[in-house]
Design a protein around this ligand. Structure first.
Ligand code: UDP
Length: 250
């Protein structure tokens, strides 16, 4: 019996394993990262992952407001994931959706283990994640950019955090779904990791995977995280080498 595959009218994967946007199954979309583009915050980062475009601003550590939220022994980490009204093709209400509230929470939980909050008692560190254009993978690209913005803000961290969504198309595990694949594919699994301490800080699964596919998906996500981590380091290096040469010119 042939297993029914819910992939819309056209196949998402050709028989030789090529996806509708021309990528191979283990190929990430083209990624661009930049840090330090905003002046009115402590740190900022921009990420493009395929057609997904996100900007992140970090404020703090600064005195926590309202004051009753302040913790005597550590900083509080606050996140806000927000999709700009022009970021999707469907009409988006300006009020926070249940989805945005959930993603705000999982992003905070994905970042928190990496940030050394106990170094800044009574303060807050605020991370604003603004999706400018959505083409799937926004929570994972948001986490990657947020960790980069925290590093650019000079906030001490145990490790970086990077994230990618792996998924399943036509029975094959694939790297970094785009919106069409997310919508019509068989599974979507965003994974965030601290690459050096080898800790998973976010794992969600929408759809079904066998145990073997889950394991394959996790090792694929690990390879994606390693690629993103190299790009994060490169983006920080570029910022600091360009600011050093600007200082030398002064
Ligand atoms: N999306 C949309 N409108 C919405 C919510 C989602 O167009 O109100 C699209 C958008 O491209 C998003 C994708 O659906 O990136 C997948 O959303 P999901 O909830 O799986 O989160 P994500 O993959 O972005 O982390």
């Amino acid at each position: 019996m042939v297993e029914a595959v819910d992939s819309g009218s056209k196949p998402l994967l050709s028989p030789d394993g090529i996806r509708t946007d021309g990528r191979k199954i283990d190929e990430m979309r083209k990624v661009k990262m930049e840090v330090g583009l905003l002046k009115n915050c402590s740190g900022s980062a921009y990420i493009e992952q395929g057609k997904t475009k996100i900007i992140v601003a970090v404020h703090g550590p600064r005195e926590a407001h309202p004051k009753h939220l302040a913790q005597p022994g550590r900083a509080i980490l606050r996140t806000r994931y927000h999709m700009a009204p022009f970021s999707t093709s469907d009409r988006k209400s300006p009020a926070p959706s249940r989805r945005e509230i959930e993603i705000t929470k999982v992003i905070r939980e994905a970042l928190e283990p990496a940030v050394m909050l106990d170094e800044f008692p009574k303060t807050s560190i605020d991370v604003f994640i603004e999706v400018l254009q959505a083409d799937a993978g926004t929570r994972s690209a948001g986490i990657t950019a947020a960790a980069l913005a925290l590093a650019e803000a000079g906030i001490p961290m145990r490790d970086m955090v990077a994230a990618v969504a792996v998924g399943k198309l036509e029975g094959r595990v694939v790297m970094d779904l785009n919106e069409e694949e997310d919508e019509h594919g068989q599974a979507d699994m965003p994974v965030a990791m601290m690459p050096n301490v080898n800790r998973i800080t976010l794992l969600q699964l929408n759809g079904r995977l066998t145990r073997a596919e889950l394991e394959e998906g996790l090792s694929m996500a690990r390879r994606g995280v390693d690629q993103l981590y190299e790009m994060q380091k490169q983006a920080l290096r570029e910022k600091y080498t360009s600011s050093e040469s600007a200082q030398e010119e002064d």
